[in-house]
Design a protein around this ligand. Structure first.
Ligand SMILES: C[S@@+](CC[C@H](N)C(=O)[O-])C[C@H]1O[C@@H](n2cnc3c(N)ncnc32)[C@H](O)[C@@H]1O
Ligand code: SF4
Length: 378
C-alpha cells in the first residue's frame, strides 16, 4: 500500500500572537465540538479516494494550538482515521504545543493516545521579546514545559525559535539557542520572522512603531544560531530545520520529498494525485460544508510532468542532503546531468552548487540566495 502523511489543523488559540497569520480563532467548547464532528465527516469523505489504498506513516496535529482541545477529541480523530486509513504501527505522530498549555495531565494523555513527537513554540527565551510579539508564556514557563515533556517520556521534542525580531540581538539568539539545547531537545525549527500582511506587527512596522533588523543583522543572527546548533551536534537538514541525527521530522520531510499528504480541517493543505489543494480558512464555512457533506476544495495547482520536475528540484534543494540524481532518474525517467548540464556548470563554477557523487546540493553561499539558484532550473 502507498504511504500517506496526514495533517490535522486545529484552528483555536487562546490569544493571537502579533506576527501570526495562520488560521485560528478564539477557543470555546461549542466550536470545539462542532469542529471535531466536521473533521470526522471530512475523514469519511475520503472513503473512495484513500480508503484501503494508503497507510498513514506520519500524522501531524498543527495549528493554531492543538494543546487547547480535549486530548480525548484527538483520540476520537485518530480512531476515525484508523478506521479508514490504517495507521502504521511505527507512525510518527507529532503535535504542536504552546508552552503554557502543556500540563502534566495532558502530557500523560498524549502519550497514551500514541503521540510520540512534540513541537513546542518557544520562539525566544528573552521575556521582553516574548512580550513584544504577544506570546502568553515567559522563558521560565517554556523551559519548564520542555522539562515536563521529557519527564513524561517524550524523547522526540522540537522547539520553534524565531529570529529577525525587532529589538533582538545576535547575542539574544546565541543565548536562546544555547539554553534550548541544554534542555535536551533533539530538533530546532529556526524561523526567520516574516511580516505577514494583516498582522499587528505588519501595521506597526508600516507606521514606524517598530523597525525590522537590517539584512546584514538578519544574516548574522541566522549564522550565529546555526553555529551554536552545529557545535552541539544539531545539524542543519533543511533551510530552517536542524536536528540530531535520525531526529529529522519525518512528516515535514514528506513536503520536501514531494510525497502525498492529506490536510484535514479549515485552511489545511493537501497534495494528492498530483493536485495541490486546500480547505477554506473559515471554521463556520468548513462546518457548514461538513454538515452538507460537501468539502469545497480550493485547487491551487494541478501539476503536469514538467511542473512536477521543477517543483521536485526546488523542494529537494531546500534540503542540505540535496537532490539524488539516481532518485531523479527513477522518478522521472530523465537524466538530470544531461538535462541541466549548463545550469550545473554555471552554478558549480560560481560556488552556489556542490556536486558530490550522486548528489547535487546548495553550498552555504547558495543557501543564502536559494531563490536565485532555484530560479535557474525553472
Ligand atoms: C503555526 S505555529 C503553531 C505552534 C503553536 N501554536 C505555537 O505558536 O506555539 C508554528 C510556528 O510557526 C512560526 N511562525 C508563525 N508565524 C510566523 C511568522 N510570521 N514568521 C516566522 N515564523 C512564524 C512560529 O515559530 C510558530 O511556533
Ligand atoms: S503562533 Fe501559535 S499561538 Fe500564536 S497565534 Fe499563531 S498559531 Fe496561535
Amino acid at each position: 500500500m502507498k504511504k500517506l502523511g496526514i495533517y490535522i489543523h486545529i484552528p483555536f488559540c487562546r490569544q493571537k500572537c502579533n506576527y501570526c497569520d495562520f488560521y485560528s480563532i478564539k477557543w470555546n467548547a461549542e466550536s470545539e465540538k462542532k469542529y471535531v464532528e466536521s473533521v470526522i465527516n471530512e475523514i469519511k469523505s475520503y472513503k473512495y479516494e484513500a480508503g484501503g489504498k494508503y497507510v498513514a506513516d506520519t500524522i501531524y496535529f498543527g495549528g493554531g494550538t492543538p494543546t487547547i482541545i480535549n486530548p480525548g477529541n484527538l483520540k476520537v480523530i485518530l480512531d476515525n482515521l484508523n478506521e479508514l486509513i490504517e495507521i502504521d504501527k511505527n507512525a510518527e505522530i507529532s503535535m504542536e504545543a504552546n508552552p503554557n498549555t502543556l500540563t502534566a495531565d495532558k502530557l500523560k494523555a498524549y502519550k497514551e493516545i500514541g503521540i510520540n513527537r512534540l513541537s513546542i513554540g518557544v520562539q525566544s527565551l528573552n521575556d521582553e521579546i516574548l512580550k513584544k510579539i504577544g506570546r502568553i508564556h515567559n522563558s521560565k514557563e517554556a523551559v519548564e514545559a520542555i522539562g515536563r515533556a521529557g519527564e513524561s517520556g517524550f524523547e522526540n521534542i522540537n522547539a520553534d525559535v524565531m529570529f529577525n525580531i525587532p529589538g533582538q540581538t545576535v547575542k539574544d539568539i546565541e543565548d536562546t539557542v544555547s539554553e534550548i539545547i541544554e534542555t535536551g531537545v533533539k530538533h530546532i525549527s529556526f524561523y526567520v520572522l516574516k511580516l505577514e500582511k494583516g498582522t499587528p506587527m505588519f501595521t506597526m512596522e508600516k507606521n514606524d512603531k517598530i523597525a525590522m533588523p537590517d539584512e546584514e543583522t538578519e544574516r548574522e543572527m541566522y549564522y550565529a544560531g546555526r553555529n551554536v546548533m552545529e557545535k552541539n551536534n544539531i545539524f542543519q537538514y533543511e533551510i530552517s530545520n536542524f536536528a540530531e541525527k535520525s531526529h529529522e521530522c519525518r512528516h515535514n520531510l514528506k513536503y520536501w520529498n514531494q510525497e502525498e499528504y492529506i490536510g484535514l480541517g479549515p485552511s489545511a493543505h493537501s497534495f494528492l494525485n498530483n493536485i495541490r489543494y486546500s480547505n477554506p480558512g473559515d471554521l463556520n464555512l468548513y462546518c457548514k460544508n461538513a454538515d452538507a457533506g460537501k468539502f469545497d476544495r480550493i485547487i491551487h495547482e494541478e501539476l503536469d510532468e514538467e511542473d512536477l520536475i521543477t517543483e521536485y528540484i526546488m523542494l529537494r534543494l531546500r534540503l542540505t542532503e540535496g537532490l539524488n540524481t539516481g532518485d531523479f532518474e527513477e522518478k522521472f525517467k530523465l537524466n538530470f546531468n544531461e538535462r541541466y548540464k549548463s545550469q550545473i556548470n554555471y552554478l558549480v563554477n560560481n560556488k552556489l552548487l556542490a556536486y558530490d557523487k550522486d548528489f547535487i546540493r546548495l553550498t552555504k553561499k547558495g543557501m543564502d540566495i536559494s531563490n536565485y539558484v532555484i530560479e535557474e532550473f525553472m
